[in-house]
Design a protein around this ligand. Structure first.
Ligand code: SF4
Length: 340
């Protein structure tokens, strides 16, 4: 990424007299995200477009490099002010509408979760492994892992005993994941597209998907880091897989030739690689997702937010417990949670 991005951002903020918190409020991004960009972090295309619209500058000038894809995205964006949806936003609302509210509407800052940092850093390294295999420009995968952990390290939260996670240990485990992927999964297929961003329209709602890999057989492959194996039901009913199927079909005029979820399981004994084929999506799957998108987007856009403490992750590790308690009387405030 051009180093100019963070500097240009800084200059434009200064010209407008905006702090990172001011810009965060105007763009709907979090202050931590803006601060990360100022320190050289890489923006997603959607974040870049939000920033460019708010700052009144075209995205490729802001980014510091020409990009036909960004130009096309900017054009699409300019005639529609509604925010785009993604699978993760949908999943956040389905998990707990209050959680969605704090994360995407109030855009509260949240500390980085060590598991999420490991997942993100491993993905960054795996992306470089795949780019090299696909003959694309690629960075050193280990450097990409370390870089991602360094970006996240300032935002790591202390554990219950007040100890901060060790960034070096996080980088070590992330790198082990990349090595296992490189040895046991990357050799089993040929990537032809890596981190392929796609726009799709579902129930009239524009959604963005980023496919980890499309292989030479026309299959989608998605990489997951997890501590547990998925069940058959997890795979069969997976809404993300259905969203990928719809996006692929809308973009290429035909469904993918298959889909595989590559799991890197973080066991106490080490990293275990397992690949799971995902069954073909049916009209019933697509109709179900369409209905869910329609209902969730309508609910979120009309401000229907309420706590759902019975969600499958519970409230124990929710970063919004205190805010939730104050706003909705939901969840447990962090102090009481520690005593309970
Ligand atoms: S504390 Fe529980 S109910 Fe409240 S936002 Fe978090 S997950 Fe939802």
């Amino acid at each position: 990424m051009p180093a100019a991005f963070g500097q240009t951002l800084q200059t434009l903020m200064k010209q407008n007299g905006w702090s990172p918190a001011d810009l965060a409020k105007r763009t709907g991004l979090s202050t931590a995200t803006i601060t990360r960009y100022l320190r050289g972090g890489k923006p997603s295309a959607d974040s870049l477009l939000r920033l460019s619209r708010t700052l009144g500058i075209d995205p490729w000038t802001l980014y510091g490099a020409p990009s036909a894809r960004l130009a096309a995205l900017a054009e699409e964006w300019s005639d529609d002010d509604r925010p785009r949806w993604s699978y993760s936003k949908l999943a956040d609302y389905l998990r707990c509408p209050a959680f969605y509210y704090f994360r995407h509407v109030a855009a509260l800052e949240v500390p980085s979760d060590p598991d999420a940092v490991i997942g993100s850093a491993a993905h960054a390294g795996i992306e470089q492994v795949l780019r090299a295999r696909a003959g694309m420009d690629a960075e050193d995968p280990q450097a990409a892992v370390i870089g991602r952990v360094q970006e996240e390290a300032p935002y790591l939260a202390p554990d219950d005993e007040g100890n901060l996670p060790d960034p070096e240990a996080l980088a070590r485990e992330s790198w082990q994941i990349v090595q296992v992927y490189q040895d046991q999964i990357a050799t089993t297929f040929e990537p032809v597209a890596v981190e392929q961003r796609m726009e799709a329209t579902i129930a009239g709602v524009r959604v963005t998907c980023v496919l980890d890999v499309i292989d030479s057989e026309g299959r989608i492959r998605d990489t997951k880091t997890s501590k547990r194996k998925p069940t058959q039901t997890d795979l069969d009913e997976n809404l993300q897989a259905t969203m990928y199927d719809i996006a692929f079909t809308q973009n290429y005029g035909q469904p993918p030739k298959g889909m595989v979820f590559d799991y890197l399981l973080r066991r106490k004994s080490g990293i275990e690689a397992m690949s799971f084929p995902v069954r073909e999506r049916t009209d019933a799957d697509r109709n179900r997702l369409t209905r869910i998108v329609e209902e969730v987007v309508q609910a979120a856009e009309s401000g229907r937010f309420y706590p759902n403490p019975l969600n499958k992750y519970g409230c124990g590790r929710c970063p919004f417990r205190d805010a939730c308690y104050e706003e909705f009387g939901g969840g447990l405030p962090a102090k009481e949670q520690a005593i309970a």
